[in-house]
Design a protein around this ligand. Structure first.
Ligand code: SF4
Length: 375
């Protein structure tokens, strides 16, 4: 119920921006994905490690995790350390904070639907303050804590539970997203949260529940079940195409600048439509002018052991010797030995230039044009 409730906190960014999407999504089946399962596994490991660090008696779930690997182990270690740092910080001003792991947080009364709740990965409550910490295992989208509606919903649930005892005034929302090296914090007063609940959340929830309001396309579409064949999203992305007839033969820089913010949405929509059409075509739909063919494939050995033996018997070495990669080498030597032996032999080459919006947190690169200006 929590995961797929009509007004789930995790989908709140989408249904607040596009209220009718909530009812529309009910018409689509859930598609379980490997990414989601890996995320679930990592959440379980994170919860275990934090509970253990808090001194609770808990069972190690690692053997039951299908997607457990070295990276997941490192991510969950980092998360545990971060949470424990937060706990230590809170303890500077309150001896006995309440730390809750995987806490059910119910925000039903703000959205008007019973059973609207989510699970806060870690909630720390102390005199006058509340921390809501959410672990994100995803790599695709950099998540910000700033006015993050999912965390705001969880904070509302936590305020309802604990305000009477702890008189909460200051709230800190935290996203911990290790695979993007992202720790995002947003501090807000309780009043700001309650004003948001009243002015933004509740009206959008009412429209969403009634299947009313305006369809609105944007970044949030990428997590919508209707994204492949939603008319509004198609119109939004095809708006660019209509300029073909209005623009002169070549685009000037200001026109390119106007197109750039829309390119990522356009590309992801195009790819969604292609995937959707392929699935339909494989199930028998005929799209005019299109057919399904076999894609390119590479030759493969039918039996690698037999190949190796055959080549060895013929007097050749079938294997190549390769230096271990940095991760594998670090695993072989252990982190300390790796640093000791190879610390001075590691460098990080400059990454390939990427054009991103000004809002991106990375510092701007020094380009050849900049060098030229300076001389
Ligand atoms: S794809 Fe976008 S515009 Fe269409 S219903 Fe979903 S969120 Fe709304």
């Amino acid at each position: 119920m929590a995961k797929h409730s009509l007004l789930s906190a995790s989908a709140s960014q989408r249904w607040i921006a596009c209220p009718p999407s909530a009812r529309l999504c009910e018409e689509y089946a859930d598609k379980p994905s490997e990414y989601a399962q890996a995320g679930t596994d990592c959440h379980e490991l994170c919860a275990y490690k934090v509970e253990k660090a808090l001194g609770w008696k808990v069972r190690n779930p690692t053997k039951q995790l299908s997607f457990y690997d070295e990276e997941m182990d490192e991510c969950s270690d980092g998360y545990r350390d971060f949470v424990m740092e937060c706990v230590a910080k809170v303890k500077e001003s309150c001896d006995d904070p309440l730390v809750l792991v995987e806490q059910r947080l119910d925000y039903s009364r703000y959205v008007g639907i019973e059973g609207s709740f989510g699970t806060g990965d870690c909630v720390i409550v102390a005199d006058g303050m509340l921390y809501v910490i959410d672990y994100k295992h995803g790599l695709g989208v950099l998540v910000s804590a700033e006015k993050n509606s999912q965390l705001c919903c969880y904070a509302l649930g936590a305020v309802d539970l604990f305000d009477g005892i702890y008189n909460i005034e200051r709230i800190t929302l935290v996203i911990y997203q290790p695979r993007r090296a992202n720790i995002s914090l947003y501090k807000m007063e309780k009043n700001e949260l309650l004003t948001w609940a009243n002015d933004t959340l509740a009206p959008a929830a009412k429209l969403a529940q009634e299947g009313k309001g305006e369809f609105k396309a944007g970044d949030h579409c990428q997590f919508c079940k209707a994204k492949t064949n939603c008319r509004k999203r198609a119109e939004y992305n095809l708006e660019l195409a209509k300029y073909d007839f209005e623009m002169p033969a070549t685009l000037d820089d200001s026109e390119i600048a106007a197109i750039l913010p829309r390119i990522d949405d356009l590309a992801s929509w195009a790819s969604d439509v292609k995937d959707y059409a392929l699935q339909k075509a494989l199930s028998g739909t005929k799209f005019d002018g299109f057919k399904v063919v076999e894609g390119r494939s590479n030759r493969k050995y039918t039996d690698e052991d037999t190949v190796a033996k055959t080549v060895q018997n013929a007097g050749f070495d079938p294997y190549e010797q390769k230096l271990l990669g940095i991760t594998a080498m670090s695993q072989t030597l252990g982190k300390k030995k790796f640093e000791e032996l190879l610390g001075g032999l590691i460098y990080k080459p400059a990454g390939k230039p990427v054009l991103v919006p000004e809002s991106d947190k990375r510092p701007a690169m020094n380009t050849a044009a900049d060098d030229f200006k300076e001389n």
